[in-house]
Write a protein that binds this ligand. Sequence first.
Ligand SMILES: Nc1ncnc2c1ncn2[C@@H]1O[C@H](COP(=O)(O)OP(=O)(O)O)[C@@H](O)[C@H]1O
Ligand SMILES: [Mg+2]
Length: 234
Amino acid sequence: MLEVENVSTMYGRIQVLWDVSLAVREGETVALVGANGAGKTTLLETVSGMLKPASGRIAFRGKRIDGLPSHAIVELGISHIPEGRRLFPEMSVRENLEMGAYLARVWKDKQEILDRVFQLFPILHARQGQLARTLSGGEQQMVAMGRGLMSRPSLLVIDEPSSGLAPLVVDEMFRIIETLRGEGIAILLIEQNVQQTLEIATRAYVLENGRITLEGASRDLLHEDLIKKAYLGL
Ligand SMILES: Nc1ncnc2c1ncn2[C@@H]1O[C@H](COP(=O)(O)OP(=O)(O)O)[C@@H](O)[C@H]1O
Ligand SMILES: [Mg+2]
């Protein structure tokens, strides 16, 4: 479904990604694991068109997408839920959600999709008129996820959804991700909770200093010494 081949990304003259290759198949949940500063966010931003790779190619369902503007990539079915949520703080929950449905492809189904998002996140239905800045961290993350779903994506790329959340809320976030997976949406997930992430993902990649150093089935990686020492604290 998503094929990233030998992608290198630079910020000006500083190279951050080096020949990164990664794939996500239809309906699959893939984890991207790595220390702070490894280049995980840069990779997701390169996939969603916010950054243009200096070399390499990215294809989605057989169509080349590197170099396309972000909105064209959303139109094709990739939705990016950014690190730090990036909501419009002075807009209501409902207005924030509707921002995700501006595409021609889904605008006419906006109400139907919104109802589905409210089914997934009943608390957002109750708070739809409330300003985004007045929500708790977990609720704000739900708005960010809901907004990402409003474009009816077939691939969700999610950057650290549980960052800064209390453990119970983190568990809730993982349950939501499992629900989305159950609906057949493919997911590329960055997470600091490596154990929980490897438990829900089919496959995983480890990114170190901008290079993929390990990849494999998640349940195998849970037993890799590198993963145990560096990410699971075992
Ligand atoms: N806008 C930017 N300009 C220059 N360097 C950046 C920018 N954003 C990130 N970087 C650098 O790129 C590297 C990777 O960052 P990032 O992709 O955010 O890593 P991660 O998400 O894995 O923590 C870091 O060294 C970071 O300082
Ligand atoms: Mg990051």
